[in-house]
Design a binder for this molecule. Structure first.
Ligand code: HEM
Length: 466
């Protein structure tokens, strides 16, 4: 999409009835205050399937009333202050992650010390989401494997949606084929069910039993998202049923895990490719959060503290700018009667959208060096420029469908990056000259980010903490 706009200009017709806009003004015109336009046919293709039934999520549902009511019922569990209450759940996952990396790889020579960073950060982000949603990790990290093929499924699920979503009618013959769904309901065919469904159903059952079999005065609230979803169900039974609880739980994993794993990998890649930035960040962390021993490091990396560190913030913003996790246009349908977008009148029914990869590379906003990873642009900018840059950031979308889990992903990123950098004396690319490989399958994925870790304490010191 970046190349298409470079070649054909600010408005590109990318399908018979589909327009892509490059100018930041289009963000305001399409998704801005008061704009509640329907999502395009791209989204329902992304519905999960549970035992032959469509399990719509906030992301996939075309029904705006259902979406708005459901989002309103659970949004208080995703505010920044609510999310800070989940910090200890992230801490325990960071602790396990760092211990595994240290024990398996740190300081080891040859193949033994080589880490496929993206794969490990996916183990991390999928385990964090399990912990936040159900209070229990699936165990990707400890087993160093893709449990039940969940990660692989999410990738192929998004790949499929990315392709089929270009011509949504084909979906009715493929994944959401009514005959296949019916066969699945009869137990004849099990191809479409998301492998995360059995986990979700087991945790839902256990939780419902937990509350049913205890006197309310004896039950202690659990502090995970499933508890919040079940409370929303009790409070708004007309809006949130078991089906919604299942859809919400699944969407945490589908929308929230790979996106954060990609964001973390890109951030380490850019930092390691620009060693000056890495050293500056390390200096800031060392100056503000003096290194502690391995056991206490995860609890020392306090979210409210690290959020205030300017260089860390600049590094994270610059990464979101250069590598937003989603690589597709967030498509909406122009309402009947038509609307004006960036001074062009567009007829009702036309699908329009903006791509974060495109607007984040607008030279009039971010400067001529848009392809360069340069966190300093966030520190050197005048107040007016900074406001303009912040307004153009589109990695989480905006408006009615803005990412529900953005604060959760910020919590993960702001905590994991300093924790990993402080835990190891050195993090380095295995081959500095090698570039990563990128491809777009709705999320923009990478491969070839292989790193090595040097422990802070070379000798037996480190082992005593394991
Ligand atoms: C770096 C990480 C993440 C990125 C870049 C990201 C990006 C996005 C974007 C761009 C959208 C809106 C798409 C559109 O308008 O069409 C979205 C929606 C959504 N995201 Fe995220 N996301 C991230 C993490 C998460 C997490 C951690 C969760 C949950 C725990 C989550 C849950 C959702 C949900 C439920 C929606 C649908 C919201 C709606 O339609 O109202 N996301 N995300």
């Amino acid at each position: 999409m970046v190349h298409l706009h470079e070649r054909y200009g600010d408005v590109v017709r990318v399908g018979p009835n589909v327009l892509s806009f490059a100018q930041p003004q289009a963000i305001k015109d399409i998704y801005g205050p008061g704009k509640v336009w329907e999502k395009s046919g791209y989204y329902p293709v992304q519905a999960a399937v549970a035992k032959g039934e469509m399990a719509h999520t906030l992301f996939s549902s075309p029904d705006l009333t259902w979406h708005n009511n459901l989002k309103k019922s659970v949004s208080s569990s995703f505010t920044m202050s609510a999310v800070m209450g989940y910090e200890h759940l992230v801490n325990t996952t960071i602790e396990v992650f760092l211990k595994e990396l240290n024990h398996r790889f740190a300081g080891k020579p040859g193949e033994q010390g080589l880490i496929d960073l993206h794969t490990w950060l996916l183990y991390f982000s999928f385990d964090v989401i399990g912990k936040l949603t159900y209070g229990a990790r699936h165990g990707f990290i400890e087993s160093s494997s893709d449990i039940a093929g969940i990660i692989c499924y999410v990738k192929s699920f998004l790949n499929y949606g990315f392709i089929a979503g270009q011509m949504p009618i084909v979906d009715k013959f493929l994944r959401h084929n009514p005959v296949l769904l019916w066969l699945e309901q009869q137990g004849v065919f099990r191809g479409s069910t998301f492998p995360g469904v059995p986990f979700a159903l087991r945790h839902m059952r256990e939780r419902i039993n937990y509350y049913a079999n205890r006197d309310p005065s004896e039950t202690k609230d659990r502090d995970d998202l499933l508890d919040k979803f079940l409370k929303a169900k009790a409070k708004h039974p007309d809006i949130v049923t078991d089906k919604e609880v299942l859809g919400l739980s699944l969407s945490m994993m589908i929308a929230g895990a790979e996106t954060t794993g990609i964001t973390l990998t890109a951030l380490f890649y850019y930092l390691l490719k620009t060693p000056g930035c890495y050293s500056k960040l390390q200096e800031e962390l060392d100056a503000n959060l003096p290194p502690k021993d391995f056991e206490t490091i995860k609890s020392d990396t306090n979210f409210s503290e690290v959020r205030q560190l300017p260089y860390l913030h600049a590094c994270i913003q610059e990464n979101f700018r250069l590598h937003p996790a989603f690589g597709f246009n967030f498509e909406r349908v122009v309402p009947p009667g038509g609307e004006t977008i960036c001074s062009h009148f567009v007829q009702g029914g036309v699908v329009v959208g903006v791509n974060a990869w495109v607007v984040h590379r607008d030279r009039s906003i971010f400067g001529e060096d848009v392809e360069q990873y340069r966190p300093e642009r966030w520190l050197d900018a005048s107040e007016e420029k900074l406001n303009q840059m912040n307004r153009t950031m589109f990695q989480f979308g905006t408006g009615n469908h803005v990412c529900l889990g953005r604060n959760i992903s910020l919590l993960e990123v702001y905590k994991l990056v300093p924790s990993l950098i402080r835990t190891f004396r050195q993090v380095s690319l295995d081959d500095d000259a090698k570039e990563w490989m990128l491809w777009n399958g709705a999320t923009v994925r990478m491969s070839g980010v292989n790193v090595r870790l040097a422990p802070r304490h070379e000798s037996g010191d480190n082992k005593t903490h394991m």
